[in-house]
Design a protein. Structure first.
Length: 395
C-alpha cells in the first residue's frame, strides 16, 4: 500500500539517530523518501493514504532471529506437533505469524521445520498470498540419531548423511542450515543439553556444504564442548551458547575471544518467560548462566535478539519481554532497539533489505506511542505495523 507515514519522532538508523517531526513515503513496498514531514509531504503524490501520529515514534520493524513457527508454545509443544497433521500445523504457523506482526516483528528466522511447512509459508508471504513477517527458513535441522528435535526428520549419522540432508534442504530452497551441535531441553529421552552431538570434523562438513550453496549455518549449542566444536568449524551464529558442562558451567575466555575474532553472532534465544525460567531452573544457576552471556557481551561478542518462540511459554506476541533480558545484561534502550533492528538485520545478511528507514529498503516499520529510545516499554504500545509494504491490521 502506497502511504505517507509521519510521526513526532522517526528513528532513521542506529546509535539513536532521530528525526523530529519526520515522515516516510512508501511506494510499491519500498521506502522512497525519508525526511522532515513538510518536505516529504511536498513530494508525495496527491491523494496518497496518510497515517499521522504526532505523539508517536516511527522506527524500523523488529527482528526475531530465533523462532519455531511449527511449535505452539503450549505446555507440551513437541507432542502437539507430533500428533498434528501437516494441514493443522500449517494453519498454526499462519496464526502464530500474526502474533509476531501484532508485536511489531516484521522479520523472523525460523530454526526448525517439518516437511518444509515454514518454507512454504515463507513463499506465500513473499508473494502476498498470506500476511506475515519476512521469514528466513532453516528447513529440517540436522541432529544425531535420537538427538535433539529428531521428530523434525533430520537424524543423520556420518558425513555422507550430513551432505545428503543439506542437499535436500538446499533443493527445498532454505535460507540457512541449522545443526543441533548439542542436546536440548525439549527432546524427551534425548541426549543431555551439555552433550555434543557432532564431532568438530562433522560440523566442518556442515559448514563446507552450506558454503557451497552460499548459506550460513546456525548451531544450537548449550554445552561447552559443542560450542568449542561449532566455533572451530566456523558456524555463522551460535544459538543459546550457555556454556553448560557436565558438572556446571565452564566458559572459556579464549573461545569467547575466537567468537569475537571470527565475528560469530550469539543469539541467547531468551524466552519472553526468561524470568520464570530462572525460577524453575534455580536463581543461583540461572544467574551464573546469564552472567556468562553478560561476560561475552563485555568481551565484545555481538548478540542477536531472539525469543525461541514456540517452545513452552515462549509466546509469539511478547517480544518486549524477551528484549528486557538485554536490559538485564546492562544494555540501554537505544542499544536494545539497535539490536532488534539494524544489528539483527545485519547479522542475518539483510542490512540492504531491512533494519533501517532509508530510501531503497523494504517498508518494514512500526509506530509506537512514546519513545522506545528512552523507555523500552513504549514498544508494547504498537499503533501501526507495516511489513514489506503491507499494512497489518492488529487483532
Amino acid at each position: 500500500m502506497d502511504s505517507l507515514i509521519s510521526a513526532g519522532r522517526v528513528v532513521t538508523g542506529p546509535y539513536g539517530r532521530v528525526l523530529e517531526d519526520g515522515a516516510v513515503l512508501v511506494r510499491g513496498g519500498v521506502i522512497t523518501d525519508v525526511g522532515p514531514s513538510a518536505e516529504v509531504e511536498s513530494r508525495a503524490p496527491a491523494g496518497i493514504a496518510r497515517h499521522v501520529h504526532p505523539e508517536g515514534t516511527l522506527l524500523p520493524g523488529l527482528v526475531d532471529a530465533h523462532v519455531h513457527l511449527a511449535l505452539d508454545a503450549g505446555p507440551d509443544p513437541v507432542s502437539a506437533l507430533c500428533e498434528a497433521d501437516d494441514t493443522s500445523v500449517a494453519e498454526g504457523i499462519a496464526k502464530r505469524a500474526l502474533g509476531l506482526l501484532d508485536a511489531g516483528v516484521t522479520t523472523v528466522r525460523d530454526l526448525g521445520d517439518r516437511n518444509g511447512l515454514v518454507t512454504a509459508f515463507r513463499d506465500a508471504v513473499s508473494v502476498g498470498r498470506a500476511p506475515g513477517p519476512r521469514v528466513l527458513a532453516a528447513g529440517t535441522p540436522l541432529t544425531g540419531p535420537g538427538g535433539h528435535c529428531w521428530f523434525l526428520g533430520g537424524e543423520v549419522s556420518g558425513e555422507n548423511a550430513i551432505r545428503e540432508l543439506i542437499h535436500r534442504n538446499v533443493e527445498q530452497g532454505v535460507d540457512l542450515i541449522k545443526v543441533m551441535a548439542t542436546g536440548g531441553g525439549i527432546t524427551k529421552g534425548g541426549p543431555p543439553i551439555w552433550a555434543p552431538q557432532f564431532a568438530t570434523a562433522e560440523l566442518r562438513v556442515v559448514v563446507e556444504e552450506a558454503a557451497r550453496a552460499g548459506l550460513p549455518v546456525a548451531a544450537h549449542a548449550h554445552g561447552t564442548a559443542g560450542i568449542v566444536a561449532a566455533v572451530k568449524a566456523g558456524v555463522s551464529t551460535i544459538e543459546h551458547c550457555t556454556w553448560i558442562d557436565r558438572d556446571g558451567f565452564r566458559l572459556l575466555d579464549d573461545v569467547v575471544d575466537e567468537i569475537v575474532d571470527r565475528d560469530i553472532r550469539v543469539c541467547p534465544a531468551a524466552s519472553p518467560d526468561w524470568r520464570g525460567f530462572a525460577e524453575r531452573f534455580g536463581a543461583e544457576r540461572a544467574k551464573e548462566m546469564f552472567d556468562g552471556i553478560r561476560r561475552m557481551r563485555e568481551r565484545g561478542v555481538r548478540l542477536l535478539t531472539g525469543t525461541d518462540a514456540g517452545v513452552s511459554r515462549a509466546v509469539f506476541d511478547d517480544f518486549v519481554s524477551s528484549l528486557e533480558f538485554f536490559a538485564y545484561l546492562g544494555c540501554t534502550p537505544t542499544e536494545i532497539v539497535d539490536l532488534a533492528t539494524y544489528e539483527a538485520a545485519d547479522a542475518l545478511g539483510l542490512s540492504e533489505v531491512t533494519g533501517r528507514l532509508l530510501p531503497g529498503l523494504r517498508a518494514d516499520l512500526l509506530i509506537v506511542a512514546g519513545d522506545p529510545l528512552r523507555d523500552l516499554q513504549a514498544l508494547r504500545r504498537v499503533r501501526l505495523v507495516m511489513a514489506d509494504g503491507h499494512l497489518h491490521v492488529r487483532r
